[in-house]
Design a protein around this ligand. Structure first.
Ligand SMILES: [Fe+2]
Length: 245
């Protein structure tokens, strides 16, 4: 198991109805630029970590699905707070990945296990947390986790104030008890962060839609340049690189 797994993460795409501009930004072009960038070549896995749509538009999912028709690598998706899971099921194969109204699952790839949680409604359910605890305990080596909301405050004045994960304390307690989990990947904040949470690191991906100024307590657009991240997961290390266009 000496191979290095290369995983790309794209977050907060916020596509509207098809190829229309969203708040004056060509969000489809931003998404394509991330997807097709040199840094995202030869991925073992691509993860879309929520908010594919601006407002749960079917046209957004249709557009994303159309780009993945000939996509060469496996890819995984979880919903964000702007998404509608029932609609997403019509465009993406989520069989075996949905329980009740939540999309959470384990994805095994080349001898490693990658976990996904659903925080689209603003929290992580007890069912998900119980499952995560039990399922990660079955894995011998290190695992990594993706979720839409960061499970901690990040020092983003606007997002921390208004849109943080609701049951953060409960979630942190469970995550902190998972000994083979060190690296947690999130999005949602429209800004790049690396936050230490005890012995764990939360890597918050920038958005492809736009970045939000973290220093203002109100919404302030920082940049319309898309960002994404690439994870290189070796036998004894996990390296995360952030890219901006
Ligand atoms: Fe979000």
């Amino acid at each position: 198991m000496s191979k290095i797994l290369k995983i790309g993460q794209i977050s907060d795409i916020h596509i509207g109805n098809g190829e229309e501009l969203v708040q004056g930004i060509d969000v489809c072009a931003n998404f394509r630029n991330a997807l097709n960038s040199d840094s995202m070549k030869n991925l073992d896995l691509l993860v879309l970590s929520g908010d594919l749509a601006e407002n749960a538009e079917a046209g957004a999912y249709e557009y994303v699905a159309s780009l993945f028709k000939d996509y060469k690598s496996p890819w995984c998706v979880i919903p964000g707070n702007h998404d509608n899971l029932d609609l997403m099921k019509n465009y993406f194969d989520l069989s075996g990945k949905v329980s009740g109204d939540r999309c959470f699952y384990r994805y095994d790839l080349k001898g490693r296990s990658i976990f996904f949680l659903d925080s689209a409604c603003g929290n992580v359910s007890k069912e998900e947390l119980d499952w995560l605890k039990a399922e990660t305990a079955k894995v011998k080596g290190e695992v990594i986790l993706f979720m839409h909301h960061p499970p901690c405050f990040c020092g983003h004045r606007f997002m921390d104030l208004r849109f943080h994960l609701e049951n953060m304390v409960e979630v942190q307690e469970v995550l902190g008890g998972i000994n083979n989990l060190t690296h947690i990947y999130a999005g949602h904040y429209h800004h790049q962060f690396e936050v230490n949470m005890g012995r764990q690191i939360v890597h918050v991906a920038p958005a492809t839609q736009f970045q939000i100024d973290p220093n203002m307590p109100y919404f302030n657009l920082q940049s319309a340049a898309p960002g994404w991240q690439v994870i290189n997961w070796g036998e004894n290390f996990v390296e995360t690189e952030v890219y901006f266009e």
